[in-house]
Design a protein around this ligand. Structure first.
Ligand SMILES: [Zn+2]
Length: 275
């Protein structure tokens, strides 16, 4: 067999909608009306990571969350992973695919309305790319406006993860961000075959630049400021921010634990306990 036809990785269970049959979805709907929707992107993450990082990450977060919830008698279905997002600011790097905001909003809305049509009532939107958060929120409101009884929640786990990094998770004490230590660590934990650390380059932003991308002051990590992002090509010639060489599988696993613990706690509280 030609070397480029080798298996690169396997998909672990639980199944997402793509791996299920229609009959399996019907059976799942007897047990639950809660669905997790992974919202990814296809965009450059530096020379050491594949373009599908955000898609893989969103799917993996949902997979681990669904597994943990099932262990606690709170069954959920994992919806289809949305592979594209708003990645306009990564278009300077070949291979990046971007949707315009209105396309992503419409796609998310129609995917959610399809899931609603089949009986899902609690829809949890979980991103792998924070650039999609504004569109996810608009689509969520649209679905609520167009249904009598859907509950939709947009879940931004980056706030919890940032707190964990601020409290000492990871090695870097500088400004890690897109494609840096944390994100590289999470892909190392799940798709080591797709990571080539030797090709990664450390690149740090100046504090005034980082503040507009990722900092405690930014809305995506719990602050009150939102600066739309300009071209990454102009911001970081290597496409990533931080030092990928600091990443380890262990801190990737720890990062996933922080994310999943938070998601499980909220989903259980808001869709299962109802006390
Ligand atoms: Zn990413």
């Amino acid at each position: 067999m030609a070397s480029d036809a080798e298996d690169l990785y396997v998909i672990k269970g639980p199944k997402t909608l793509y791996e299920m049959t229609s009959a399996e979805v019907a059976a799942a709907l007897e047990r639950t009306t809660t669905v997790l929707l992974p919202v990814g992107a296809t965009e450059d993450h530096g020379a050491h990571l594949p373009l599908g990082v955000d898609m893989f990450e969103a799917r993996e977060i949902c997979r681990r969350t669904a597994y943990a919830l099932d262990q606690q008698n709170c069954p959920v279905v994992i919806g289809p992973t949305i592979p594209f997002g708003v990645s306009t600011f990564h278009m300077g790097f070949p291979g990046t695919i971007t949707l315009t905001s209105s396309t992503l909003i419409l796609m998310l809305k129609e995917v959610m309305m399809s899931l609603y049509h089949h009986g899902f009532r609690n829809l949890c939107l979980i991103h792998g790319h924070d650039g999609n958060l504004p569109q996810m929120m608009v689509a969520a409101q649209d679905v609520v406006d167009n249904t009598p009884d859907a509950t939709v929640v947009v879940m931004n786990w980056m706030v919890e993860l940032s707190k964990a990094y601020a409290a000492g998770l990871g090695k870097s004490r500088k400004g890690e961000s897109h494609g840096g230590e944390g994100e590289t660590a999470r892909i190392l934990a799940t798709h080591p075959e797709l990571v080539d650390i030797s090709k990664g380059q450390a690149f740090y932003l100046q504090p005034h630049e980082l503040r507009k991308i990722q900092s405690p002051e930014h809305m995506k990590t719990g602050g009150g400021l939102f600066y739309p992002t300009r071209s990454y090509k102009a911001l970081t010639p290597v496409g990533s921010i931080g030092d990928p060489a600091l990443a380890t599988e262990e801190t990737g696993e720890q990062g996933y634990d922080v994310i999943v613990n938070w998601l499980v706690r909220i989903i259980k509280r808001d869709f299962f306990d109802q006390s």
